[in-house]
Design a protein around this ligand. Structure first.
Ligand code: KG4
Ligand code: ZN
Length: 337
């Protein structure tokens, strides 16, 4: 029997300090996530400098815990996979420096991983039979991409946001209706008791590329609605605003994604990124895929938001292809897929 391949993975691109041990690409042996969300909630969003400092404080602890949970020693690891971009430069540097230090001290090979490739790869963990090619919608706090996954590590971006990312729109609207950070899960929760048909917010059409997205107009429409209500002295039903806004985002994401799957002729579709844990989006995507005869894949919510297991999975496929990073690996905040 072939030897198992164990990857120690590290993720620190935003506000989660995370480490994991992943076996043979698709099996989580341990998955430790220290979320800084409660800290940043105080400021209404992620404060990069505070995030960097917290990552420094937590990174070694999280790595040790991941190894302890896995019952493994560092020397059993075949590679160290680390997110090196895109993301916040300070936070990224903490993970990259930790990974390089371990690699230098132990001689274990280093593999730099693209954060978005990690999000997409989260789908492989629980869907053991999912193989490329397929179309994936990546919707997170920083990205809204429609991606054709041609093969492991081979991607073509066919649609992207022209302005705000979907998660960013959730966060901004949540702030405007007084829910605070992070907006996505809070809107998701209160929208369940609101009426999605109560207020009609515009669904943006974007010029030449029918797969591109735009969410800033929708965000402005919500802000205008709230201002108009305040000026007229009308009470705002936050549940209805949340549900109507969410419905507008979900409709656009579903329409663009399913059109892309059909036009490109694939029969498999996956979602990834923090917004992929949205309950209304998951339900609408499932319904649309069932109607069109498309197989629909999605990760558990804990694997949708930032985690290191997904980096371990992406790192595994890069590692077995022979990718190795040098000790000159640097954080690349605007890294392209
Ligand atoms: O993937 P992620 O953890 O970090 C980035 O790479 O950006 O995504 C975080 C984003 C935040 O904007 C958050 O509000 C959004 O994902 N999010 C959600 C939900 N859970 C997280 N958006 C909508 N519904 C949710 N349930
Ligand atoms: Zn992310």
């Amino acid at each position: 029997m072939d030897k198992d391949i164990l990857i120690l993975a590290i993720e620190s691109s935003c506000d989660e300090t995370a480490a994991a041990v992943v076996k043979n690409g698709r099996q989580i042996v341990s998955n430790i996530i220290f979320s800084q969300v409660p800290l940043h909630t105080l400021y209404g969003g992620v404060v990069p400098e505070i995030a960097s400092r917290k990552h420094i404080e937590k990174i070694n602890q999280v790595i040790e815990e991941a190894l302890r949970d896995a019952g493994c020693g560092l020397r059993e690891m075949d590679a160290i996979a680390v997110t090196y971009g895109p993301g916040l430069v300070g936070p990224l540097l903490v993970g990259v420096s930790a990974a390089k230090a371990i690699s230098f001290a132990t001689g274990i090979p280093l593999v730099g991983v693209h954060h978005i490739e990690g999000h997409i790869s989260a789908n492989y963990i629980e869907n053991k039979d999912l193989e490329p090619p397929f179309v994936c919608l990546v919707a997170s706090g920083g990205h809204s991409h429609l991606v054709v996954v041609k093969d492991y590590g081979q991607y073509e971006i066919i649609g992207r946001t022209r302005d705000d990312a979907a998660g960013e729109a959730f966060d901004k609207v949540a702030r405007a209706i007084g829910l605070g950070y992070p907006g996505g899960p809070k809107i998701d929760k209160i929208a369940k008791t609101g009426n999605p048909e109560a207020i009609y917010f515009p669904r943006a059409k974007v010029g030449e590329n029918e797969f591109d997205f735009s969410f800033s107009g929708l965000k402005s429409a919500v802000l205008n609605y709230l201002n108009a209500c305040r000026m007229k002295g009308e009470e705002v039903c936050t549940e209805d605003v949340a549900a109507s806004f969410q419905q507008a985002v979900v409709e656009v994401l579903v329409e663009h994604a399913l059109n892309a799957v059909k036009q490109y002729g694939y029969d498999k579709f996956a979602i990834a990124g923090g917004v992929a844990s949205n309950s209304a989006l998951r339900a609408a995507m499932q319904k649309g895929c069932d109607r069109e005869g498309i197989r629909f894949f999605y990760p558990s919510p804990i694997l949708c938001t930032d985690n290191a297991a997904m980096i371990g999975t992406a790192g595994y496929y890069e590692f077995i292809k022979g990718k190795r990073s040098g000790l000159d690996l640097n954080a690349v905040p605007n890294l392209k897929l």
